[in-house]
Design a protein around this ligand. Structure first.
Ligand code: ZN
Ligand code: ZN
Ligand code: ZN
Length: 209
């Protein structure tokens, strides 16, 4: 069984920051542009109202929301990954067919500042619908074929804080496919790379309704 506090964390940190720096050099303009657009959404909501219909996404429609969040993220009971359930279809599951939602409706923050207990660069894969870590030079293994492909928000996910009645811990990064998966069962689901997912690094604590 992996150790939450030991080797995984110390191994993960130096490699991550190094890779992030490298990635920033390559992709900073694009990401900054993305952030700017996302912040524009927030400003529009707080201010007088919507300018044009460009951002008519229901995800941002929370009243008085200082923090931007998106709901409809779910646990897949077949592969154990976190995936976006807000579309008419359910993506591609490494266990076969589409993902299958069970349990909580997760409400995940995006475009907020990173902190020592909130990691940025978690993204939606438009090919398989999973939440995966985009902070490395490569994009893991996608069950739809090839690597994951990022679209939309830059999620900033809390980790290593206390679990509560509305925040579930034991969500982990899979070092093989880069997806976020639930590590709280005796087995570790189905990984598109091969076998089961393999946890590394932080213990994510994800808010839900
Ligand atoms: Zn699945
Ligand atoms: Zn994917
Ligand atoms: Zn995996």
């Amino acid at each position: 069984m992996d150790d939450l506090s030991g080797e995984g964390l110390s191994m993960g940190l130096p490699r991550r920051s190094g890779d992030l720096l490298q990635r920033d050099e390559i992709e900073l303009p694009g990401r900054r542009d993305f952030l700017g657009r996302a912040l524009g959404v927030t400003a529009g909501l707080v201010g007088v109202g919507l300018t044009t219909g460009t951002f008519a996404t229901p995800a941002a429609a929370k009243p008085s929301g200082v923090q931007a969040t998106q709901s409809s993220w779910r646990f897949c009971q077949k592969c154990f990954a976190m995936y976006y359930w807000g579309y008419p279809t359910d993506g591609v599951c490494p266990a076969g067919g589409a993902h299958s939602a069970q349990g909580y409706n997760f409400v995940l923050p995006y475009s907020v500042p990173a902190t020592s207990t909130a990691q940025p660069d978690w993204r939606f894969c438009q090919k398989c619908f999973a939440m995966y870590y985009w902070g490395y030079p490569t994009d893991g293994v996608c069950p739809a074929g090839g690597a994951h492909s990022a679209q939309g928000y830059n999620f900033v996910l809390p980790h290593d804080v206390p679990a509560t009645a509305t925040a579930q811990d034991r969500w982990r990064f899979c070092e093989k496919c880069f997806a976020m998966f639930y590590w709280g069962y005796p087995t570790d689901g189905v990984c598109p790379a091969f076998g089961a997912h393999s946890a590394q690094g932080y213990n994510f604590v994800l808010p839900h309704w």
